[in-house]
Write a protein that binds this ligand. Structure first.
Ligand code: MG
Length: 269
């Protein structure tokens, strides 16, 4: 459905939102991997594109007009370490289960607590997912504060498929939310998703307009949460309910840079 591929229609829609004070602040909520940072085989090697770092800093200079948020499946610790985002940016990690705000020095964070029952299921998930990965080359397990993820990006296709199938079965038994993304199965003991987290943030800051960008199936929750009027952007190929699409993260960086120019122009009157 989304068309055209060049993002020109979205550029125009963003300029309209900036020009209309009734639609301020504009909430800009961005996925991290595959959206701001090109996908890497080693997730720890992911870096925000330099142009995106620059554009986000420029956007942060307009806090009354624009509010920034990252909306990621990564754990908060990971996200904060890797994301070079300016102070004031809200970080939503673990698909919505964790939330914090970037401060001048460090992070203002809400502490997440699990019930005993949730902690028991998390422990069980960790053990069973390790068993899923055992003996399968290139399959590895990541523990998060409220979830366990099985990564298969480094495995051959048949091994990856078998591991994902087994991980989904474990998730069906022990998880509250199961996300099957690109080469990853993540099982949470909380029923967080990006859509609920985004809706809460949007209401809290009283956003008059929302731009949401993401590349994976888990971002569809966020797209749906702001439909139909939200400015939703799918990065890359694949089915989506987003209204707009661009091919790759560099296009997102370019869009953000264009938005920053529009804000500078509006501020200059
Ligand atoms: Mg992503």
């Amino acid at each position: 459905m989304p068309d055209p591929l060049d993002g020109a229609a979205l550029r125009a829609a963003l300029r309209e939102a900036v020009a209309d004070p009734a639609r301020h602040p504009l909430l800009v909520a961005l996925d991290f991997d595959g959206t701001l940072a090109p996908l890497q085989d080693d997730p720890q090697a992911s870096r925000v594109l330099p142009d995106a770092v620059t554009a986000l800093r420029a956007l942060a200079a307009h806090p009354r007009t624009v509010r920034l948020a990252l909306l990621s499946g990564r754990s908060m610790g990971d996200l904060h370490r890797l994301a070079e985002v300016p102070p004031g940016t809200v970080l939503i990690g673990s698909h919505g289960a964790e939330r914090a705000r970037v401060a001048e020095h460090g992070l203002d964070r809400a502490v997440m607590t699990l019930t005993d029952e949730q902690q028991d299921r998390l422990d069980g998930l960790g053990g069973e997912m390790q068993a899923v990965a055992r003996g399968r080359d290139g399959v590895w397990v990541e523990s998060k504060p409220a979830a366990v993820a099985v990564h298969t990006r480094m495995a051959d296709p048949a091994t990856a498929e078998a591991a994902e199938r087994d991980a989904l079965a474990v998730g069906g038994r022990l998880g509250s939310a199961v996300l099957h993304g690109k080469k990853v199965v993540e099982v949470s003991v909380l029923d967080a998703d990006k859509g609920a987290a985004l809706s809460a943030l949007r209401a809290e800051i009283g956003a008059g307009a929302v731009l949401v960008a993401g590349d994976d199936v888990t971002d569809e929750h966020a797209f749906e949460a702001v439909a139909p009027e939200g400015l939703t952007l799918k990065v890359g190929a694949g089915p989506t309910s987003a209204r707009f699409r661009v091919p790759e993260p560099q296009d997102v960086a370019d869009l953000l840079a264009d938005l920053a120019v529009a804000l500078d122009e509006a501020a200059a009157g």
